[in-house]
Design a protein around this ligand. Sequence first.
Ligand SMILES: NC(=O)c1ccc[n+]([C@@H]2O[C@H](COP(=O)([O-])OP(=O)(O)OC[C@H]3O[C@@H](n4cnc5c(N)ncnc54)[C@H](O)[C@@H]3O)[C@@H](O)[C@H]2O)c1
Length: 496
Amino acid sequence: MADWWDADGRRHRKQFATSAAAREHEHRETALAHAERASREMKLAARTSGVKRSSSKRETGAIEPAKGKLGVMIPGMGAVATTFVAGVEAIRKGLAKPIGSLTQMGTVRLGKRTDARSPKVKEFVPLAGLDDLVFTGWDIFEDNMYEAASNAGVLDYRLLEQLKPFLSSVTPRAAVFDHNYVKKIDGPNVKKDKTKMDLAEQLRDDIRDFRKTSGASRLITMWCGSTESYIEPTEAHQSVKSFEKALKENDEMIAPSMIYAYASLMEGVPFANGAPNLTVDLPVMLELSRKNEAPICGKDFKTGQTLMKTVLAPAFKARLLGLSGWYSTNILGNRDGEVLDDPGSFKTKEESKLGVLEHILQPALYPDLYGNIFHKVRINYYPPRGDNKEGWDNIDIFGWLGYPMQIKVDFLCRDSILAAPIVLDLVLFLDLAKRCSELRGLGIQEWLSFYFKSPMTAPGLYPEHDLFIQLMKLKNTLRHLKGEELITHLGLEYYD
Ligand SMILES: NC(=O)c1ccc[n+]([C@@H]2O[C@H](COP(=O)([O-])OP(=O)(O)OC[C@H]3O[C@@H](n4cnc5c(N)ncnc54)[C@H](O)[C@@H]3O)[C@@H](O)[C@H]2O)c1
């Protein structure tokens, strides 16, 4: 017996041979329901298209100004975290530009194409300025940010030398860690206590301490810690009550990342999850997030190979080109690669990477094109490459009359260079969500799907993976918050 959820969020129970069969059934049912709904909405739109919309602007949720400092708290001060913090400092000092950051370099078109109104995102909505960011973190190693960044080997030492005084001042707090969840590493800087609830209390003390000592008016927690072993939700994760009981009983199904998430949400602090762990993707966290108005989002930064997948797959579907196989392999030699060498951590990552194609290509709607895809993802730890990953894809597609073709993508990328601007945008947007009356009580911030491999959605909703739909959703959310007309790209009015 397994549960599945329909497109309206209703839960059903049915007998399935395997959990994959249950998932497949859910996707098919959801896809069909969405197709039917879309067709109903199109008919309705056609009937009501003569109704003129009010052109008066309406500010939707009130947004409090970004006054004072914004404290960024990072569990996991490794390659991604240090590249992000060092980058922010380098940009503040005028040494580099925030390439890759939508909040810093992106624009948002308002009104008609002929209006020529395209302000920068950071000028359109009130975001914290980079000068207002202050940082702290937790790690199982005692290295400060300068030492950790040097070890990570992502940034040039000449740049790091210029940032040394600042980076050295960010030292790690003792971590909540469980070797069973990250088998390939161990370190000395770890909190000890009787129960997991006591550990959560220690983290809450850290958060209050940072709030006081940094003088920050608002805080954000950003998980940049290692990928934890794969687990599935249990009874302990279903409500705040059962989770707190499990914390007190040292339930082994509570991973360290969940303890950070619990502590943050209890303190009313928004939480973003950059790794593929469950962490906030659990009913207990959704309940806490909504109750304490602390927005959540995740999971797993969409950086290299999956970014490419969510650009290419929508193109195949748009042109109705079939797909018979997609083989993706990666070699990387950083600590993340070492951690992912453990089968438990790899399984967590694999699940996150595999879901993408199925959701974009909708095999239930296009069985002739996508009904029989062989999709394989591999990650190999290969130390000589360090943080400079190679993501290699072989894609077997077919066209007119079924004739086969191949595409090869070889992405020689830099993992943390791609991840750092995502961290910055998430920090600033989550802080915006917390200051916005319409968003802060929603729990999951689906409009931030753009940044994730495995975006969180309301129960029963399938995630939107297509990068361009995600971007449109994000920008339309900003337009909506500011009472601007949403952009549909219909454009008939230009031909009146
Ligand atoms: N492009 C990318 O780099 C990318 C993309 C998607 C997801 N991610 C995920 O982001 C995370 C960070 O990646 P990274 O390259 O910086 O890895 P990293 O190994 O360099 O850094 C992770 C750090 O987390 C620390 N850590 C582990 N468990 C901890 C705990 N319980 N509390 C505090 N610290 C803990 C480790 O000691 C390490 O310093 C990983 O989970 C990775 O899978 C990275």
